[in-house]
Design a protein around this ligand. Structure first.
Ligand code: ADP
Ligand code: NI
Length: 227
């Protein structure tokens, strides 16, 4: 007996359940709550981008971190491969699977000097949503969670800011966490695609600037003058 195909809604719900089970309680900043936020933000941004297909957008948002190269020995194909395996199991059509794979392949930040253009409107939406979650208060929290997970110092003023011009050297990065602000976080606002995300980024970017100024002030004890 042949099984009737799943509806788009069923595919999304089953994918969300699968990813939630896999990532619940993960501690490096790639937890389910990050994915849930990216999923919801992507849905909201997609309403402003008529060319973005809803099923592709939601599946890419849900699966974008499913096997991140940072946690799979630098293997950039681990993510696309895991997404394909999951979606094939749900009998999702090849065209949708290919689009989701492409988005996962293209989405990651790969060093300040490495361009990361997105080739689809859904990809632009999901990359914007992912990047909005890397700035603002949550972005700050995630950066230090990631740095802690990797055993990095918060900051080292004796080390000049380092930026990477190739993905290969970015992969080997071990700089203190504050460096990530100069290499990535402060630049994300300029790299967003959709006007809706650019508007949301204003306040989040401003918060990054405020945080950084206060962090450095306290680091140097510049506020001790009030004693
Ligand atoms: P994105 O999903 O934007 O590509 P990543 O997957 O590269 O982001 O990173 C996940 C989270 O970890 C983000 O909040 C990111 O800023 C943070 N992160 C990644 N690399 C570093 C690093 N070297 N130092 C501190 N935080 C980092
Ligand atoms: Ni992400």
């Amino acid at each position: 007996m042949s099984v009737p195909p799943l509806s788009a809604e069923q595919i999304i719900t089953q994918t969300a359940d699968f990813v939630r089970d896999k990532f619940l309680g993960e501690g490096s900043g790639h937890d389910w709550e990050h994915i849930r936020r990216v999923w919801h933000t992507s849905r909201a941004l997609a309403t402003t981008v008529p060319a973005a297909d809803q099923l592709v957008t939601e599946l890419a948002a849900l699966l974008h971190d499913v096997a991140d190269w940072k946690f799979h020995a630098g293997d950039e194909e681990a993510g696309p491969r895991a997404a394909r395996a999951w979606l094939t199991g749900l009998h999702v059509g090849e065209a949708v699977i290919e689009r989701v794979e492409t988005i996962i392949r293209e989405i990651s930040f790969k060093g300040l000097g490495v361009p990361t253009p997105m080739s689809t409107p859904e990809g632009e939406v999901v990359q914007d949503a992912d990047r909005l979650d890397a700035i603002g208060a949550i972005g700050v929290a995630r950066a230090f969670a990631y740095g802690g997970h990797k055993g990095r110092p918060l900051h080292d003023p004796s080390v000049a800011p380092i930026v990477h011009d190739s993905f290969e050297s970015y992969k080997k990065n071990t700089a203190p966490t504050l460096n990530h602000f100069y290499e990535k976080l402060l630049h994300l606002r300029e790299r967003l695609h959709t006007p809706a995300a650019q508007r949301i980024a204003q306040e989040r970017h401003q918060f990054l600037e405020t945080f950084l100024a206060q962090f450095l002030r306290e680091w140097e004890g510049e506020d001790l003058v009030a004693l």
